[in-house]
Design a protein around this ligand. Structure first.
Ligand code: THU
Length: 131
């Protein structure tokens, strides 16, 4: 449980700002991700593509790297945006990555409104599934 207040305007703006740092020479799509952490700080990430195409990193992946590097904690709320400010949904792999560090109660900005990870990734395979 945590009591940090979610300011979606701040998170969405942080995601758009992060997208400005994207390295995306292949797709041309700048992606930024921003998350509120349970201690109140905000972490961000941007996509970092690769000449091999398949090894490109999504914005959510670099964001969770920053989460760990800046003190860890649990993701409370996540917003993903293009550099133009368009709402983007985390891809399937990133939903799994977010679930690991946010759990079922972490909320995500979606075209259908703010939804819990439990809805964005139903019947998730999570840490609790392991012996
Ligand atoms: N991308 C992300 O950064 N996050 C997602 O959840 C979906 C896709 C990036 C990967 C690639 O650099 C670009 O968007 C086009 O697929």
């Amino acid at each position: 449980m945590n009591n940090v207040a979610i300011n979606w305007t701040v998170l969405r703006e942080a995601a758009v700002a992060a997208a400005a740092n994207a390295y995306c020479p292949y797709s041309g799509l700048r992606v930024g991700a921003a998350a509120l952490v349970d201690d109140g700080r905000i972490v961000v990430g941007c996509n970092v593509e690769n000449a091999t195409y398949g090894l490109g990193l999504c914005a959510e992946c670099t964001m969770v790297g920053q989460l760990r590097l800046s003190g860890g904690g649990k993701l409370v709320a996540v917003a993903c945006r293009s550099g133009d400010g368009e709402l983007l949904m985390p891809c399937g792999r990133c939903r799994q990555v977010l679930y690991e560090l946010g759990g079922p109660d972490c909320v995500v900005d979606t075209p259908r409104g703010v939804l819990a990870m439990a809805e964005v990734l139903p019947e998730a395979f999570g840490p609790e599934a392991l012996p």
